[in-house]
Design a protein around this ligand. Structure first.
Ligand code: NAP
Length: 238
């Protein structure tokens, strides 16, 4: 049985990944920060193991991974999905907003990867899937700090894939477009309609659309794929 660690798995895309990996026969570890009730529900649905950890905190990330290694021996797949977003015009973004955005979205990916990697390198095997965003590819107006942090995840993915290829570890990235989750809860129906009009496939993406791609990249079917950014965006950016 593979051990799959998914950060930010209490809700949205991470929760859908937990369900998909669990259906696949994998053991899932559900990392979450605040939302215990939601995480517990996903754990009950998937049989997944709950771990509360703020991925931007190096001690918490290390403790979470140590617990998994000590109790379950190995980690086969890491999905760096935990993320935050914020809509603000550039002039209103504070230094604190910028630092928190990068702490969770970019540094969180770095910290989790750093503690998971040594064992993968020893075993010469492993899959890492990072969740970026269409805005990391194209830039999103009124989301400069979010877009920059997600572009960082793409650079991280490409560089690490080159470094880890000889160690037999694949590192890839999924760049979702507009996906129907709580992250977009601020948008009213009119705004959602306006975005969907721009999407060639004429609908918002579902969390399952993203999870299916993550499952593929973490599977043997993707053994010759590394350093790639796979866009799950309905054609919104081609
Ligand atoms: P979501 O519904 O807001 O869920 C975010 C998840 O991240 C939650 O499980 C949350 O945990 C967790 N999280 C936040 N900060 C954390 C931290 N410091 N440490 C650990 N976990 C933390 O978001 P989503 O829409 O599913 O997005 C998932 C990923 O996809 C994000 O990286 C996001 O940027 C990316 N993405 C989303 C979209 C979209 O349209 N939805 C598009 C492109 C990319 P708690 O619930 O415990 O707080």
């Amino acid at each position: 049985m593979r051990n799959v660690v998914i950060t930010g798995a209490s809700r949205g895309i991470g929760a859908a990944c937990a369900e998909a990996f669990s259906k696949n026969g994998d053991r899932v570890f559900i990392i979450f920060e605040k939302n215990y009730a939601a995480a517990k529900k996903i754990s009950e649905k998937t049989g997944g193991i709950l771990i509360r950890a703020d991925v931007s905190d190096s001690a918490a990330a290390a403790a979470a991974v140590k617990y998994i290694h000590d109790s379950f021996g190995k980690i086969d797949v890491l999905v760096n999905n935990a993320g935050i977003a914020q809509i603000k015009v550039f002039g209103d973004i504070t230094e604190q907003d910028w630092d928190r955005m990068f702490a969770v979205n970019a540094k969180g990916t770095f910290l989790m990867t750093k503690v998971v990697l040594p064992d993968m390198i020893n075993k010469k095997r492993g899959k890492i899937v990072n969740i970026s965003s269409i805005w990391g590819q194209t830039g999103g107006s009124c989301e400069v700090h979010y877009s920059a942090s997600k572009a960082a995840v793409i650079g991280f993915t490409k560089a690490l894939a080159k470094e880890l290829g000889p160690s037999g570890i694949c590192v890839n990235c999924v760049a979702p477009g507009f996906i129907d989750t709580e992250m977009n809860a601020e948008l009213d129906d009119k705004a959602v309609e306006a975005v969907c009009e721009e999407i060639p496939l004429e609908r918002a993406g579902t969390v399952e659309d993203v999870a299916k791609t993550v499952i593929f990249l973490a599977s043997d079917a993707a053994d010759y794929i590394t350093g790639q950014v796979v866009a799950v965006n309905g054609g919104l950016f081609i």
